[in-house]
Design a binder for this molecule. Sequence first.
Ligand code: HGY
Ligand code: MN
Ligand code: MN
Length: 404
Amino acid sequence: MTVAGRLAEIADLGRDAGRGGYSRHLFDASDAPLRAWFRRSAQALDLTVEEDGDANLWAWWGPPGPAAVATGSHLDSVPGGGAHDGPLGIAAAFEAVAQLQAAGVVPARPVAVCAFAEEEGSRFGMPCLGTRLLTGAVDAASVLERTDAAGVTLAQAWAGSGRDTARVGPDPERIGRLAAFIELHVEQGRDLEDRGIPVCVASAIIPHGRWRLTITGEGNHAGTTAMDRRDDPVVALAGAVLAARDVARAGGSRATIGKVQVTPNGTNVIASRVDAWLDARADTEDRVRAQVEVTLERIRDAARAERCTLAVHEESFSPRVDFDAALTERIAAALQPEFGAVPAIPTGAGHDAGILAAVVPTAMIFVRNPTGVSHAPAEGARDEDCEAGARALAAALRDLAGRA
Ligand code: HGY
Ligand code: MN
Ligand code: MN
């Protein structure tokens, strides 16, 4: 088979006709068929599949630990996302195992292919939900109380999917089975395209976080309320969007307000409330914190000017991650024969690898993305680069696990 062929098997699952691309979220209609695909792919390679208490899937080549080398990514997407962010890392992992099996490699240590739950945090607002729960990076009880846009709690959604909420939480025994984790991912930028090379390794993930802003004003009639008598949170939101952009520009960092909910959201209604989500990223944690502080001060001013109030809730914070240098160098060396000296590049995107890096030596492999676009339908990777990615991952797995 090929990586492209494997991705083609799930190409119809979770398509979003309205937004374009894919909307695949935790326990939605695409979730079970995607998991079924994972199981079928694993079974075709004689891998043994298990699901942990945090809804993460593991397919084992050999016994389930100890000293295993794990590789994988996620099957969920952002709303209207591309086909490669997440699934490429899983399809490439199965393809790499298939190549090693075809070459007669007998792993000297177990290999696991993983699919982690709700990496994008698109339904419950917590990115890398599955790995944060698994590693104990978040408190399970408080995460289970989170609600989705429809007001369904994670606990309700979990139980509704037939899973046991009592099993949710850290699993140190499972983490203890791992010696290394490698996530292969489509590059979410144009670095590799500009350098003219198909794959590389990652050096670091820059710190980032998400803040929920609730701006409250007064609902009223669009036709009968004088312009100077309005407490309009949408006008305050306009100030918030500009503040986020201007502060990030001035600081050489990044800020995005990409999700907004207007209540009640009527054409002829002055809104009573706006919820907006601020995503902020910078090269150091102090810079992220300082950027958000200044931004929130300006947003508070914008809200005050419209006689609105602002409430702020930090939904998640992801500190800087430097990937394991020894593992990264070893993978780069394993890639050398086919790909030459590959660079190690930092990324502004979060990954489950960033969470797992706190508990196990972790590294990443990136695959060239010709447009650099990600989190949008235009995201992509050439078929031949996806195959190059699988060969790169196979070379890494062979080096790490293949020797008797
Ligand atoms: O948002 C992120 O950085 C990641 O793609 N989940
Ligand atoms: Mn993503
Ligand atoms: Mn991803």
